[in-house]
Design a protein around this ligand. Sequence first.
Ligand SMILES: [Fe+2]
Ligand SMILES: [Fe+2]
Length: 173
Amino acid sequence: MAQAITYRLKACGVLYNEHRTVNAKLAEVEPQLRPGSSAEAFAGGLSALVRTLERELPPHFAKEEEALFPVMESVTGRGFPPIEVMKAEHAYLVEHFEAVREAAAKLGRSPHAAEARSEAARHLFPLVGTLDQHIVKEDSVLLVMASEQLEATHDSKILRVFDEIDREGRRWG
Ligand SMILES: [Fe+2]
Ligand SMILES: [Fe+2]
């Protein structure tokens, strides 16, 4: 794995650590999600992936969209291209996640359902491939920029919203 990054802002460290949880699960289930894996292995891996992402991503995306991005935009101005790209990728990821979740539910009931497996496979690369690259871009570009542009007062403001989001919880669907 790439060397760990340390950011000046605590809020960036929080998001970075959450990325590690997602990366670890992606790496763990990857062998089960390969085309040649058995029906049971595929269904099991898919279900494990869905459970982790449905727990991790809604509060994580909220921390970025409701806390980090607006504070960065207060400095850069709205429409800052790197943030616009991240927001668009979030929407794209949610769309493919929902499709994968639906297929995973069908495979949970009948792991040999061929149509559900091909449906899952069709949405897996857009989901996993995009998520992987999304995390790389945030770790190596967005969080680095945030750490350079923002001040300690911004950091505490962002961390307060993070706490609220963790207290309230976030779910999709
Ligand atoms: Fe993100
Ligand atoms: Fe993120």
